[in-house]
Design a protein around this ligand. Structure first.
Ligand code: FMN
Length: 417
Protein backbone atom coordinates (compact mmCIF):
# COMPACT_ATOMS: atom_id res chain seq x y z
CA UNK A 1 0.00 0.00 0.00
CA UNK A 2 2.88 2.42 0.77
CA UNK A 3 3.74 2.14 -2.97
CA UNK A 4 1.13 4.90 -3.41
CA UNK A 5 3.66 7.25 -1.77
CA UNK A 6 6.23 6.76 -4.54
CA UNK A 7 7.07 10.18 -6.11
CA UNK A 8 4.35 11.91 -4.06
CA UNK A 9 4.94 15.31 -2.48
CA UNK A 10 4.12 15.37 1.22
CA UNK A 11 3.96 18.52 3.27
CA UNK A 12 4.45 17.54 6.90
CA UNK A 13 3.06 20.14 9.32
CA UNK A 14 4.52 19.74 12.80
CA UNK A 15 2.90 21.44 15.79
CA UNK A 16 4.04 21.93 19.36
CA UNK A 17 3.22 18.81 21.33
CA UNK A 18 5.55 16.53 23.23
CA UNK A 19 5.29 14.01 20.34
CA UNK A 20 6.88 16.54 17.93
CA UNK A 21 10.20 14.65 18.18
CA UNK A 22 8.49 11.66 16.48
CA UNK A 23 7.97 13.81 13.38
CA UNK A 24 11.68 13.32 12.60
CA UNK A 25 11.16 9.54 12.21
CA UNK A 26 7.96 10.21 10.25
CA UNK A 27 9.97 12.19 7.67
CA UNK A 28 12.35 9.21 7.34
CA UNK A 29 9.46 6.79 6.82
CA UNK A 30 7.85 8.95 4.10
CA UNK A 31 11.23 9.37 2.37
CA UNK A 32 11.85 5.60 2.61
CA UNK A 33 8.48 5.01 0.88
CA UNK A 34 9.66 7.15 -2.05
CA UNK A 35 7.97 10.48 -1.23
CA UNK A 36 9.50 13.97 -1.25
CA UNK A 37 8.89 15.70 2.05
CA UNK A 38 8.87 19.35 3.03
CA UNK A 39 8.30 20.41 6.63
CA UNK A 40 6.47 23.40 8.04
CA UNK A 41 6.63 23.94 11.82
CA UNK A 42 5.06 26.16 14.44
CA UNK A 43 7.22 28.14 16.83
CA UNK A 44 6.17 25.84 19.68
CA UNK A 45 7.11 22.76 17.63
CA UNK A 46 10.60 24.24 17.22
CA UNK A 47 10.95 24.29 20.99
CA UNK A 48 10.46 20.47 20.99
CA UNK A 49 12.53 19.59 17.90
CA UNK A 50 14.98 21.82 16.03
CA UNK A 51 14.05 22.84 12.48
CA UNK A 52 17.60 21.87 11.52
CA UNK A 53 16.93 18.18 12.29
CA UNK A 54 13.88 18.26 10.03
CA UNK A 55 15.83 20.07 7.29
CA UNK A 56 18.60 17.46 7.35
CA UNK A 57 16.19 14.52 7.26
CA UNK A 58 13.95 15.99 4.54
CA UNK A 59 16.92 17.45 2.61
CA UNK A 60 14.78 20.58 2.15
CA UNK A 61 14.66 23.97 3.86
CA UNK A 62 12.04 24.07 6.63
CA UNK A 63 9.30 26.68 6.65
CA UNK A 64 9.05 28.44 10.03
CA UNK A 65 7.70 31.80 11.14
CA UNK A 66 11.29 33.08 11.28
CA UNK A 67 12.32 31.74 7.83
CA UNK A 68 9.16 33.15 6.30
CA UNK A 69 9.86 36.63 7.69
CA UNK A 70 13.38 36.48 6.27
CA UNK A 71 12.12 35.58 2.78
CA UNK A 72 10.83 37.97 0.12
CA UNK A 73 8.61 35.21 -1.41
CA UNK A 74 5.10 34.16 -0.42
CA UNK A 75 6.43 30.74 0.59
CA UNK A 76 3.38 29.39 2.38
CA UNK A 77 1.17 29.65 -0.74
CA UNK A 78 3.86 28.10 -2.97
CA UNK A 79 4.36 25.21 -0.51
CA UNK A 80 0.61 24.69 -0.14
CA UNK A 81 0.33 24.38 -3.94
CA UNK A 82 3.32 22.05 -4.16
CA UNK A 83 1.86 19.32 -1.95
CA UNK A 84 -0.09 16.23 -3.10
CA UNK A 85 -0.86 15.52 0.55
CA UNK A 86 -0.72 17.52 3.76
CA UNK A 87 -0.09 15.62 6.97
CA UNK A 88 -0.37 17.36 10.33
CA UNK A 89 1.50 15.22 12.87
CA UNK A 90 1.47 15.66 15.72
CA UNK A 91 -1.59 17.96 15.68
CA UNK A 92 -2.06 19.91 18.90
CA UNK A 93 -5.48 20.77 20.31
CA UNK A 94 -4.57 24.40 19.64
CA UNK A 95 -3.83 23.92 15.93
CA UNK A 96 -6.87 21.65 15.44
CA UNK A 97 -9.04 24.43 16.90
CA UNK A 98 -7.48 26.90 14.46
CA UNK A 99 -7.98 24.59 11.46
CA UNK A 100 -11.60 23.97 12.47
CA UNK A 101 -12.22 27.71 12.44
CA UNK A 102 -10.08 28.75 9.47
CA UNK A 103 -7.61 30.77 11.53
CA UNK A 104 -4.28 31.65 9.95
CA UNK A 105 -2.07 33.33 12.54
CA UNK A 106 1.24 31.58 11.90
CA UNK A 107 3.07 30.14 8.91
CA UNK A 108 1.72 26.63 9.49
CA UNK A 109 -1.96 27.57 9.75
CA UNK A 110 -1.58 30.00 6.82
CA UNK A 111 -0.18 27.15 4.73
CA UNK A 112 -3.03 24.81 5.74
CA UNK A 113 -5.63 27.46 4.90
CA UNK A 114 -4.00 28.15 1.51
CA UNK A 115 -3.83 24.45 0.62
CA UNK A 116 -5.95 22.91 -2.12
CA UNK A 117 -4.52 19.40 -1.62
CA UNK A 118 -7.26 16.75 -1.84
CA UNK A 119 -5.44 14.48 0.59
CA UNK A 120 -5.36 15.93 4.10
CA UNK A 121 -4.42 13.79 7.08
CA UNK A 122 -4.33 14.91 10.69
CA UNK A 123 -2.92 12.90 13.62
CA UNK A 124 -3.89 14.43 16.97
CA UNK A 125 -1.72 13.90 20.05
CA UNK A 126 -2.51 15.41 23.39
CA UNK A 127 -3.33 14.82 27.02
CA UNK A 128 -6.46 12.64 27.49
CA UNK A 129 -8.39 15.45 29.17
CA UNK A 130 -7.65 17.85 26.31
CA UNK A 131 -8.82 15.15 23.89
CA UNK A 132 -12.03 14.54 25.83
CA UNK A 133 -12.86 18.24 26.06
CA UNK A 134 -16.14 18.98 24.22
CA UNK A 135 -14.40 21.81 22.31
CA UNK A 136 -11.74 19.39 20.96
CA UNK A 137 -14.41 16.80 20.10
CA UNK A 138 -16.38 19.52 18.26
CA UNK A 139 -13.27 20.75 16.44
CA UNK A 140 -12.22 17.26 15.36
CA UNK A 141 -15.74 16.61 14.02
CA UNK A 142 -15.57 19.88 12.08
CA UNK A 143 -12.18 19.18 10.49
CA UNK A 144 -13.39 15.72 9.53
CA UNK A 145 -16.45 17.26 7.87
CA UNK A 146 -14.09 19.62 6.04
CA UNK A 147 -12.37 16.62 4.44
CA UNK A 148 -9.51 15.90 6.85
CA UNK A 149 -8.82 12.26 7.54
CA UNK A 150 -8.17 11.74 11.24
CA UNK A 151 -5.67 9.14 12.41
CA UNK A 152 -7.04 8.39 15.87
CA UNK A 153 -4.65 8.81 18.78
CA UNK A 154 -3.60 5.61 20.51
CA UNK A 155 -4.07 4.53 24.11
CA UNK A 156 -0.81 4.17 26.00
CA UNK A 157 1.60 5.73 28.46
CA UNK A 158 1.24 9.54 28.24
CA UNK A 159 3.99 12.06 29.04
CA UNK A 160 1.95 12.87 32.17
CA UNK A 161 2.94 9.46 33.57
CA UNK A 162 -0.29 7.44 33.26
CA UNK A 163 -2.06 5.23 30.75
CA UNK A 164 -4.82 6.91 28.67
CA UNK A 165 -5.92 7.78 25.14
CA UNK A 166 -4.02 10.63 23.52
CA UNK A 167 -0.66 9.31 22.29
CA UNK A 168 0.26 10.01 18.68
CA UNK A 169 -0.83 7.01 16.58
CA UNK A 170 1.92 4.60 15.51
CA UNK A 171 3.95 6.22 12.72
CA UNK A 172 3.25 3.21 10.44
CA UNK A 173 -0.49 3.93 10.83
CA UNK A 174 0.02 7.58 9.82
CA UNK A 175 2.09 6.58 6.77
CA UNK A 176 -0.47 3.90 5.85
CA UNK A 177 -3.43 6.32 6.24
CA UNK A 178 -1.67 8.83 3.98
CA UNK A 179 -0.97 6.15 1.36
CA UNK A 180 -4.62 4.97 1.51
CA UNK A 181 -5.95 8.51 1.19
CA UNK A 182 -3.66 9.14 -1.81
CA UNK A 183 -4.80 5.92 -3.51
CA UNK A 184 -8.48 6.85 -2.94
CA UNK A 185 -7.76 10.23 -4.44
CA UNK A 186 -6.25 8.73 -7.58
CA UNK A 187 -9.37 6.53 -8.03
CA UNK A 188 -11.70 9.50 -7.65
CA UNK A 189 -9.55 11.46 -10.11
CA UNK A 190 -9.68 8.69 -12.71
CA UNK A 191 -13.48 8.49 -12.26
CA UNK A 192 -13.67 12.24 -12.86
CA UNK A 193 -11.51 11.88 -15.98
CA UNK A 194 -13.93 9.19 -17.12
CA UNK A 195 -16.90 11.53 -16.87
CA UNK A 196 -16.93 12.15 -20.62
CA UNK A 197 -17.07 8.44 -21.35
CA UNK A 198 -20.04 6.19 -20.63
CA UNK A 199 -20.54 5.60 -16.93
CA UNK A 200 -21.13 1.85 -16.53
CA UNK A 201 -23.98 2.14 -14.00
CA UNK A 202 -25.77 5.10 -15.61
CA UNK A 203 -29.53 4.57 -15.31
CA UNK A 204 -29.09 1.75 -12.74
CA UNK A 205 -30.53 1.87 -9.21
CA UNK A 206 -28.55 0.25 -6.41
CA UNK A 207 -29.53 -0.45 -2.82
CA UNK A 208 -26.56 -0.83 -0.46
CA UNK A 209 -26.60 -1.51 3.28
CA UNK A 210 -23.92 -0.41 5.71
CA UNK A 211 -22.90 -0.64 9.34
CA UNK A 212 -23.59 -2.78 12.37
CA UNK A 213 -27.25 -2.84 13.36
CA UNK A 214 -28.30 -1.74 16.84
CA UNK A 215 -30.92 -3.89 18.53
CA UNK A 216 -32.59 -2.07 21.43
CA UNK A 217 -32.39 -3.55 24.94
CA UNK A 218 -34.14 -0.66 26.67
CA UNK A 219 -34.54 3.10 25.85
CA UNK A 220 -30.81 3.73 26.52
CA UNK A 221 -28.99 0.49 25.61
CA UNK A 222 -28.60 -1.70 22.55
CA UNK A 223 -26.82 -4.79 21.21
CA UNK A 224 -24.45 -4.17 18.33
CA UNK A 225 -21.22 -5.37 16.69
CA UNK A 226 -17.86 -3.95 15.60
CA UNK A 227 -18.88 -2.95 12.05
CA UNK A 228 -18.16 0.74 11.35
CA UNK A 229 -20.03 1.00 8.03
CA UNK A 230 -16.84 2.08 6.18
CA UNK A 231 -17.16 -0.70 3.55
CA UNK A 232 -20.85 0.02 2.78
CA UNK A 233 -20.23 3.77 2.55
CA UNK A 234 -17.21 3.13 0.26
CA UNK A 235 -19.43 0.95 -1.97
CA UNK A 236 -22.02 3.75 -2.14
CA UNK A 237 -19.29 6.22 -3.20
CA UNK A 238 -17.89 3.81 -5.83
CA UNK A 239 -21.41 3.11 -7.19
CA UNK A 240 -22.18 6.83 -7.34
CA UNK A 241 -18.89 7.48 -9.18
CA UNK A 242 -19.88 4.75 -11.67
CA UNK A 243 -23.09 6.68 -12.42
CA UNK A 244 -25.64 4.71 -10.34
CA UNK A 245 -28.56 6.13 -8.40
CA UNK A 246 -27.69 4.97 -4.90
CA UNK A 247 -29.92 4.31 -1.89
CA UNK A 248 -27.72 3.66 1.12
CA UNK A 249 -29.59 2.04 4.01
CA UNK A 250 -27.25 2.60 6.93
CA UNK A 251 -27.22 1.56 10.58
CA UNK A 252 -24.24 3.84 11.34
CA UNK A 253 -23.63 7.50 10.53
CA UNK A 254 -20.58 8.53 8.47
CA UNK A 255 -19.86 11.36 6.02
CA UNK A 256 -21.15 10.72 2.47
CA UNK A 257 -21.42 12.49 -0.88
CA UNK A 258 -24.51 14.61 -1.51
CA UNK A 259 -25.60 12.49 -4.54
CA UNK A 260 -26.30 9.48 -2.30
CA UNK A 261 -29.81 8.96 -0.91
CA UNK A 262 -29.09 7.78 2.63
CA UNK A 263 -31.79 6.28 4.83
CA UNK A 264 -30.89 5.65 8.47
CA UNK A 265 -32.18 2.29 9.71
CA UNK A 266 -30.56 1.34 13.03
CA UNK A 267 -32.15 -2.09 13.69
CA UNK A 268 -32.41 -5.18 11.47
CA UNK A 269 -36.22 -4.82 11.27
CA UNK A 270 -35.97 -1.15 10.24
CA UNK A 271 -33.25 -2.05 7.72
CA UNK A 272 -35.36 -4.82 6.18
CA UNK A 273 -38.37 -2.47 5.83
CA UNK A 274 -36.25 0.23 4.12
CA UNK A 275 -34.50 -2.31 1.86
CA UNK A 276 -37.78 -4.03 0.84
CA UNK A 277 -39.26 -0.67 -0.15
CA UNK A 278 -36.15 0.47 -2.07
CA UNK A 279 -35.75 -2.88 -3.88
CA UNK A 280 -39.15 -2.37 -5.59
CA UNK A 281 -37.43 -0.20 -8.18
CA UNK A 282 -33.78 -1.33 -7.88
CA UNK A 283 -31.55 -3.27 -10.26
CA UNK A 284 -29.15 -4.55 -7.63
CA UNK A 285 -28.63 -5.06 -3.90
CA UNK A 286 -25.34 -5.13 -2.01
CA UNK A 287 -25.69 -6.22 1.61
CA UNK A 288 -22.54 -4.93 3.28
CA UNK A 289 -24.19 -4.29 6.66
CA UNK A 290 -23.34 -6.52 9.60
CA UNK A 291 -26.90 -7.37 10.56
CA UNK A 292 -27.31 -8.68 14.08
CA UNK A 293 -28.51 -12.29 13.99
CA UNK A 294 -30.47 -11.79 17.21
CA UNK A 295 -32.67 -9.11 18.79
CA UNK A 296 -34.54 -8.93 22.08
CA UNK A 297 -37.91 -10.69 21.91
CA UNK A 298 -39.37 -7.71 23.74
CA UNK A 299 -37.14 -4.70 24.51
CA UNK A 300 -37.72 -3.22 27.98
CA UNK A 301 -39.93 -0.14 27.98
CA UNK A 302 -37.99 1.54 30.80
CA UNK A 303 -34.27 1.60 31.61
CA UNK A 304 -33.25 -1.68 33.24
CA UNK A 305 -32.12 -1.13 36.85
CA UNK A 306 -29.39 -3.09 38.64
CA UNK A 307 -30.65 -6.11 40.55
CA UNK A 308 -29.04 -7.69 43.65
CA UNK A 309 -25.42 -8.89 42.98
CA UNK A 310 -26.22 -12.64 43.06
CA UNK A 311 -29.20 -12.43 40.69
CA UNK A 312 -28.63 -12.91 36.92
CA UNK A 313 -30.30 -10.78 34.30
CA UNK A 314 -31.31 -12.91 31.30
CA UNK A 315 -32.08 -11.40 27.92
CA UNK A 316 -34.51 -13.35 25.77
CA UNK A 317 -33.13 -13.19 22.20
CA UNK A 318 -34.98 -14.17 19.05
CA UNK A 319 -33.63 -14.46 15.52
CA UNK A 320 -33.75 -11.36 13.36
CA UNK A 321 -35.02 -11.46 9.78
CA UNK A 322 -32.29 -12.54 7.34
CA UNK A 323 -32.13 -9.51 5.02
CA UNK A 324 -29.85 -11.07 2.38
CA UNK A 325 -31.91 -14.25 2.20
CA UNK A 326 -35.19 -12.30 2.02
CA UNK A 327 -33.87 -10.11 -0.82
CA UNK A 328 -32.38 -13.18 -2.57
CA UNK A 329 -35.68 -15.07 -2.42
CA UNK A 330 -37.70 -12.08 -3.63
CA UNK A 331 -35.25 -11.39 -6.48
CA UNK A 332 -36.99 -10.45 -9.75
CA UNK A 333 -35.53 -11.46 -13.13
CA UNK A 334 -32.76 -9.05 -14.01
CA UNK A 335 -32.00 -8.11 -10.39
CA UNK A 336 -28.55 -8.87 -8.98
CA UNK A 337 -27.93 -9.67 -5.30
CA UNK A 338 -24.52 -9.41 -3.63
CA UNK A 339 -23.88 -10.38 -0.02
CA UNK A 340 -20.97 -10.18 2.39
CA UNK A 341 -19.69 -13.04 4.51
CA UNK A 342 -17.66 -11.79 7.46
CA UNK A 343 -16.07 -14.85 9.00
CA UNK A 344 -13.51 -15.58 11.68
CA UNK A 345 -12.90 -19.22 10.58
CA UNK A 346 -13.48 -21.51 7.55
CA UNK A 347 -13.88 -18.41 5.38
CA UNK A 348 -14.31 -19.92 1.92
CA UNK A 349 -16.43 -22.99 2.81
CA UNK A 350 -18.80 -20.78 4.85
CA UNK A 351 -18.98 -18.19 2.06
CA UNK A 352 -19.66 -20.93 -0.55
CA UNK A 353 -22.56 -22.17 1.60
CA UNK A 354 -23.92 -18.64 1.87
CA UNK A 355 -23.74 -18.17 -1.91
CA UNK A 356 -26.11 -21.11 -2.43
CA UNK A 357 -28.40 -20.75 0.59
CA UNK A 358 -29.12 -17.03 0.07
CA UNK A 359 -29.62 -17.28 -3.71
CA UNK A 360 -26.95 -14.58 -4.11
CA UNK A 361 -25.16 -13.82 -7.40
CA UNK A 362 -21.92 -12.99 -5.60
CA UNK A 363 -20.54 -13.27 -2.07
CA UNK A 364 -17.77 -11.02 -0.84
CA UNK A 365 -15.89 -13.18 1.65
CA UNK A 366 -14.08 -11.28 4.31
CA UNK A 367 -11.79 -12.77 6.99
CA UNK A 368 -12.32 -10.18 9.69
CA UNK A 369 -9.39 -11.52 11.72
CA UNK A 370 -6.80 -10.66 8.99
CA UNK A 371 -4.60 -7.72 10.12
CA UNK A 372 -5.35 -5.59 7.04
CA UNK A 373 -9.08 -6.41 6.82
CA UNK A 374 -12.37 -6.23 8.61
CA UNK A 375 -14.29 -4.09 11.03
CA UNK A 376 -13.38 -0.44 11.48
CA UNK A 377 -10.21 -0.73 9.34
CA UNK A 378 -9.54 1.61 6.42
CA UNK A 379 -8.26 -1.27 4.30
CA UNK A 380 -9.73 -4.62 3.35
CA UNK A 381 -8.82 -8.00 1.84
CA UNK A 382 -11.68 -9.95 0.26
CA UNK A 383 -12.42 -12.91 -2.02
CA UNK A 384 -15.24 -12.54 -4.55
CA UNK A 385 -17.16 -15.80 -5.07
CA UNK A 386 -19.63 -16.36 -7.90
CA UNK A 387 -21.36 -19.61 -8.91
CA UNK A 388 -19.25 -21.69 -11.31
CA UNK A 389 -16.47 -19.10 -11.49
CA UNK A 390 -12.93 -18.87 -10.20
CA UNK A 391 -12.63 -16.87 -6.99
CA UNK A 392 -11.13 -13.37 -7.29
CA UNK A 393 -8.99 -11.96 -4.48
CA UNK A 394 -8.92 -8.18 -4.00
CA UNK A 395 -6.51 -6.38 -1.66
CA UNK A 396 -5.12 -5.68 0.75
CA UNK A 397 -6.18 -2.24 -0.46
CA UNK A 398 -8.21 0.73 0.73
CA UNK A 399 -11.92 0.07 1.21
CA UNK A 400 -12.63 2.39 -1.73
CA UNK A 401 -10.30 0.38 -4.00
CA UNK A 402 -12.00 -2.85 -2.86
CA UNK A 403 -15.42 -1.23 -3.38
CA UNK A 404 -14.47 -0.26 -6.93
CA UNK A 405 -13.45 -3.87 -7.71
CA UNK A 406 -16.80 -5.12 -6.36
CA UNK A 407 -18.69 -2.52 -8.42
CA UNK A 408 -16.71 -3.59 -11.55
CA UNK A 409 -17.87 -7.20 -10.97
CA UNK A 410 -21.43 -6.00 -10.38
CA UNK A 411 -21.36 -4.19 -13.74
CA UNK A 412 -20.40 -7.50 -15.43
CA UNK A 413 -23.18 -9.34 -13.55
CA UNK A 414 -25.79 -6.73 -14.53
CA UNK A 415 -24.64 -6.79 -18.16
CA UNK A 416 -25.12 -10.59 -18.21
CA UNK A 417 -28.76 -10.37 -17.05
C1 FMN B 1 5.78 20.23 27.85
C2 FMN B 1 4.56 20.53 27.03
C3 FMN B 1 3.97 19.52 26.31
C4 FMN B 1 2.82 19.76 25.54
N1 FMN B 1 2.27 18.74 24.85
C5 FMN B 1 1.14 18.98 24.14
C6 FMN B 1 0.54 17.91 23.39
O1 FMN B 1 1.02 16.78 23.37
N2 FMN B 1 -0.59 18.18 22.71
C7 FMN B 1 -1.17 19.42 22.69
O2 FMN B 1 -2.21 19.58 22.06
N3 FMN B 1 -0.60 20.44 23.37
C8 FMN B 1 0.52 20.24 24.07
N4 FMN B 1 1.09 21.28 24.78
C9 FMN B 1 0.49 22.61 24.67
C10 FMN B 1 0.90 23.30 23.37
O3 FMN B 1 2.33 23.38 23.30
C11 FMN B 1 0.26 24.68 23.26
O4 FMN B 1 -1.14 24.55 23.16
C12 FMN B 1 0.79 25.47 22.09
O5 FMN B 1 0.12 26.72 22.05
C13 FMN B 1 0.62 24.76 20.78
O6 FMN B 1 1.08 25.56 19.73
P1 FMN B 1 0.96 25.17 18.20
O7 FMN B 1 -0.34 24.49 18.03
O8 FMN B 1 1.02 26.47 17.49
O9 FMN B 1 2.14 24.32 17.89
C14 FMN B 1 2.25 21.07 25.54
C15 FMN B 1 2.85 22.07 26.27
C16 FMN B 1 3.99 21.81 27.01
C17 FMN B 1 4.62 22.94 27.78
Amino acid sequence: MTSHLQDKKILLAVTGGIAAYKAAELVRQFVKAGASVKVVMTKTAESFIPAKTMAILSKQPVLTDASRLASANVEHVAWARWADAIVVAPATANTIAKVANGLADNVLTETLLASTADTKVLAPAMNDQMLANPATIRNLKQVQEDGWQIVEPATGFLAEGYEAKGRLANLERIVEATALALSDQSIQQSEKNDMNGDLPLKGRRLVITAGGTKEPIDPVRYLTNRSSGKMGYALAEAALAAGAQVTLVAATKRPYSPGIDRILAPSAKEMLAAVTEAMKTADAFIGAAAVSDYALAKPFEQKVKKISPDEHLTLDLVQNPDILKTVGQAKRPGQVVVGFAAETENLLPNAEKKLASKKADMIVANDVTAPEAGFDKDSNLVTLLQPKQAAITVGPASKLTVAKAIIDQLVTLLDKQ
